[in-house]
Design a protein around this ligand. Structure first.
Ligand code: FAD
Length: 338
């Protein structure tokens, strides 16, 4: 499964900086493919603060995270980037004078150059540290999101966590599941007050079983088919609840993951680059935005934008060997109409 594509520049990360890199590459007639672990573009702006205003984007006295991403996407659109979302770049290998990226969805992206705009790493769910977890994840017994609510009809479901996702899914799944248990470390939930009241009422009516204060302790089953979840109090008293599914809702975190294993120069989980080209120690691999570091680096969106321009100009001779690049302003060149 997965797609096989060839492009000029493969961009890892669809955060604000990766999106602007599409524009900068496009202005130099370089096509791009953008890959992100999240299902949506926007990186931290989308995942962590869509409604928070940002005050230091030039020419925008205030713009919230989601609005900035919408504008960056529109600015990139005329260059028709291919977005491969919801998949993580796992592998990087060199092929003659090109590079090939492999994703968790089985895609193969061949490119003349790579721009790593991976922020603090790929977003993914926080996983509970339980023995045997990978087997139950692979079989779908443990899931971190509910893609199809119907999958849980008539099933015994354990939901772990104390935020909005845990509370909202408990309220929703109790309607169709055979049994729902909510596991939380403390009596207080960090969710919309109205939903918390509804959950308490449902628990009082016996529609949801509350396991408080408990945390996840283990999984029971044959390694793929789950039969129960073991819970423990902070004092170590355990009990097992019968279950077909476990849904841990512990939020998102970022991890550098595979990028750390590609032989790139690293400094405290950041990729070291030459400041004027953003090139890494590997020829044709550049890093920009939060993930890139050099003396004087500022982790700001505006700095990432300028790095996108520098990387695109540095890459141009690889994509168009022997062709002189005459510097032009965007106004004299014109942008194709989307
Ligand atoms: P990110 O936004 O982190 O995006 C990187 C993307 O790469 C992610 O979507 C990730 O899933 C993806 N990725 C990583 N590894 C892989 C992989 N292997 N495969 C596939 N995808 C991968 N900055 C400002 O300038 N002004 C502000 O006011 C401001 N306020 C902030 C407020 C908060 C609460 C936070 C958390 C940050 C704030 N920042 C602010 C910082 C700003 O958000 C970051 O500098 C910016 O998001 C960096 O952009 P980026 O594109 O480099 O990386």
């Amino acid at each position: 499964s997965g797609v096989t594509v060839e492009t000029d520049v493969a961009i890892i990360g669809a955060g604000p900086v990766g999106l602007f890199a599409v524009f900068e590459c496009g202005m130099l007639r370089m096509r791009s493919v953008v890959i992100d672990a999240l299902d949506a573009v926007g990186g931290q702006c989308t995942a962590l603060y869509p409604e928070k205003p940002i005050f230091d984007i030039p020419a925008h006295p205030a713009i919230d995270g989601a609005a900035l991403i919408e504008k960056l996407e529109a600015q990139a659109a005329p260059f028709n980037p291919l977005y491969l979302l919801g998949r993580r770049v796992e592998r990087l290998r060199s092929l003659d004078d090109e590079w090939e990226l492999g994703t968790s969805a089985g895609d193969r992206v061949r490119a003349k150059a790579v721009i790593i705009a991976a922020g603090a790493g790929a977003f993914g769910p926080n996983r509970p540290p339980l023995a045997g977890l990978p087997g139950y994840e692979a079989s779908g017994a443990v899931r971190y999101l509910v893609a199809r609510r119907e999958d849980f009809r008539g099933k015994r479901v354990v939901i772990a966590g104390g935020g909005d996702s845990a509370v909202d899914w408990a309220l929703s799944l109790k309607e169709i599941a055979a049994h729902v248990v909510v596991v939380h470390r403390r009596p207080k939930f960090r969710a919309a007050p109205e939903s918390c009241v509804r959950l308490e009422e449902a628990a009082a009516r016996g529609e949801v079983e509350m396991a408080i204060p408990y945390q996840l302790h283990g999984l029971e089953g044959d390694g793929t088919r789950m039969t129960g979840v073991v819970l423990a109090t902070l004092k170590g008293e355990t009990k097992t609840v019968p279950a077909d599914h476990l849904l841990p809702f512990y939020g998102l975190s970022m991890e550098l993951g595979p990028i750390a294993e590609w032989g790139l120069g690293l400094e405290r989980s950041h990729v070291t680059v030459a400041p004027s080209t953003c090139m890494t120690n590997l020829d044709g691999i550049h890093a920009i935005g939060d993930i890139a570091t050099y003396p004087g680096k500022l982790k700001l969106i505006l700095q990432g934008f300028s790095e996108a321009a520098m990387a695109a100009h540095a890459i141009h001779p690889r994509v168009f060997p022997g062709e002189a690049l005459h510097f032009e302003y965007s106004t004299s060149k014109g942008v194709p109409v989307a």
